[in-house]
Design a protein around this ligand. Structure first.
Ligand SMILES: [Fe+2]
Ligand SMILES: [Fe+2]
Length: 365
């Protein structure tokens, strides 16, 4: 395999620092594993942890050691005790901010699935999907896709951390969802690979982590939230609640994204990722709420509040993400830290598309 092919799947290149803490961590990671200076990060008190560039990048860099790692960084850093201690210091204000943001959702008498449905029904976030469907220009759509690439190029991985921590019906339900996310074991159907084609059709770099430096703190926070829940067994309830909220709010926005790309003249290869989610997630939402989260809470009733906290936190951080994009565009500026580069000619060979007809373009008001 060539170097270029390797770059599709990671590891990514270390990002640029965004403040003293991320600078210290990035500097350390470039060297062999060693103890970090005592007290590094101990006095962290950012005004708004969710939009603090230095904090969110530091968390992202630490978490990524558990996914693909970083190009040129010694793999032993993953379990270096002083780096783990620093990560815990950085998680503290992030967790506190999430609590301030959503409180502690109460579990209705009807159960956790009903509680999830209530949270989703009450979720009236900024109209990002409608804007992308009806009004966004091509450069704004490319920005949106660049933001989302941080997650979609490893789609489903954070929730897979729950698998070894579950048994019984909840595990079976999670496996059913993740199997679809991973294309039933077919590379060309993996959602991450479908998304790579969307990037490619939009002339954007398709390699893993390519748009990390451009992604602001709030985009990193949407990812760090999943990693926080995924990497701590104590947050397994929140992780499943997060996934359920994700699936329950996916079908309609994905229909809008696909229609937005069609409005802009993109073809079915570009829209396939979104079209695929319209029907898949209409099924996933039922499995996620009733079989997965319901199954977990039947086995471990004490986790019900965590399930709803994870769902509420996911929805709330996503509202902040949507507001950031819309506010940036309304002010006439890019929502990225660095402008999205002009379209690249496609130069990375892609996995062949499966020989099936794409879904018919859905009609929408
Ligand atoms: Fe997916
Ligand atoms: Fe899904």
């Amino acid at each position: 395999m060539s170097e270029q092919v390797d770059r599709r799947y990671g590891p990514a290149t270390l990002p640029r620092s965004r403040g003293p803490l991320s600078a210290a961590v990035l500097d350390a990671l470039r060297r062999p594993p060693h103890d970090l200076p005592a007290g590094l990060g101990a006095d962290l008190d950012p005004a708004d942890p969710i939009t603090d560039e230095d904090l969110q990048l530091t968390l992202f860099v630490c978490y990524e050691l558990h996914y693909r790692g970083w190009r040129g960084v010694d793999e032993a850093w993953e379990w270096q005790p002083t780096l783990l201690a620093l990560r815990a210091e950085a998680e503290r204000p992030f967790e506190a901010a999430l609590r301030r943001l959503v409180g502690a959702p109460s579990v209705p008498a009807a159960g956790v699935a009903a509680g999830l449905a209530e949270l989703v029904a009450a979720d009236d976030g900024p109209p990002l999907a409608a804007t992308l469907q009806r009004r966004a220009d091509l450069s704004q759509f490319r920005e949106f896709v660049a933001h989302r690439s941080v997650y979609h190029l490893r789609e489903a991985d954070p929730h897979s951390w729950a698998l070894p921590r579950l048994g019984g019906p909840a595990k079976a339900a999670l496996v059913e969802i993740q199997t679809d996310e991973y294309g039933n074991g077919r590379l060309d159907r993996m959602h991450a690979e479908l998304f790579r084609r969307t990037l490619q059709r939009l002339g954007l770099d398709t390699s893993y982590g390519a748009h990390l430096d451009a992604a602001p703190a709030v985009t990193l926070a949407t990812n760090n939230l999943m990693s926080l829940f995924g990497l701590h067994r104590r947050w397994r309830g929140a992780l499943l609640g997060h996934l359920a909220a994700f699936e329950m709010t996916s079908s309609l926005p994905n229909r809008r994204y696909g229609n937005g790309l069609r409005r802009l003249g993109l073809d079915e290869v570009a829209t396939r990722f979104y079209d695929e989610h319209v029907e898949a997630d209409a099924v996933h939402e039922q499995i996620a709420a009733h079989d997965m989260c319901g199954g977990l809470v039947r086995a471990e009733p004490a986790l019900a509040p965590d399930v709803l906290f994870g769902a509420a936190a996911g929805l709330a951080v996503d509202r902040l993400f949507a507001a950031h994009l819309l506010d940036s565009w309304a002010a006439g500026r890019s929502s990225l830290r660095t402008p999205v580069p002009p379209a690249l000619p496609p130069k990375v060979s892609l996995v062949a598309l499966p020989a099936v007809a794409p879904p018919a373009p859905p009609a929408l008001v």
